[in-house]
Ligand binder design. Sequence first.
Ligand code: GLN
Length: 264
Amino acid sequence: MKNFKKIAAILLVVLMTVALVACGGKTEKTEDATDAPAADGQKYVIASDNAFAPFEYLDTETNEYVGIDMDILAAIAEDQKFEYEIQNVGFDAALNQVQSSQADAVIAGMTITEERKLTFDFSDGYFDAGQILVVPADSEIQSLEDLRGTTVAAKISTQGAEYAQSVAEEYGFEVTTYEDSPTMYQAVIQGTNAACFEDDPVARYSIQSQGLELKVVGDVINAKPYGFAVKLGENAELIEMFNTGLANIKANGVYDEILAKYGY
Ligand code: GLN
């Protein structure tokens, strides 16, 4: 009987220790998960595109993401003294991460639209851009009218895709969506698609800097400002800091220096 009590007591201690360790582990995990988001005011997680030059793209020499968005964000964070971690996950993934609260904000050459305002809060605009039709360098396509009977490429979740879909029926073409801009360009270069819609500055920059056998045709469509965005109703202080920081870097010349670095 005595032994039984002793064993029971030991078992109880062991069980309590296991429970404590498990609890401890759990607490730590919860802290980790909320570590990055704004809640404890430490480090914001900011999602971005991964191949959208000159706004964000991998510098293969340094293996770091560079570009106008990356530089503007860094300058604003320095000005407003907030810490962040950038995750270059791709455009569609970046939007999803913010909506599912895995990221606090997105900066990805993201056009401010009325439709997106239903699910995102935007900063002030920091760059104006619209979309443009991109075709193979030797293509005879000059306008939407020439797209009849073809299949046109667009990048998923973008304004380019939205525009393509909105006029597809009228101009008699089909739309294929791709995950990222480089894959979309290749589809046009290789002839899988007759054309694609891309943001005008990105198309021009990519064609020039990578020597892509593509050209832009026609006029810029739906020129609108790009904005930094958070999930609707969340991280309001981040939007405020972005706006104040943006005004400051515009006033002190840093904004102009950044644009000049990328040819603007
Ligand atoms: N500006 C476009 C949009 O907001 C494309 C953005 C992107 O591809 N990163 O839809």
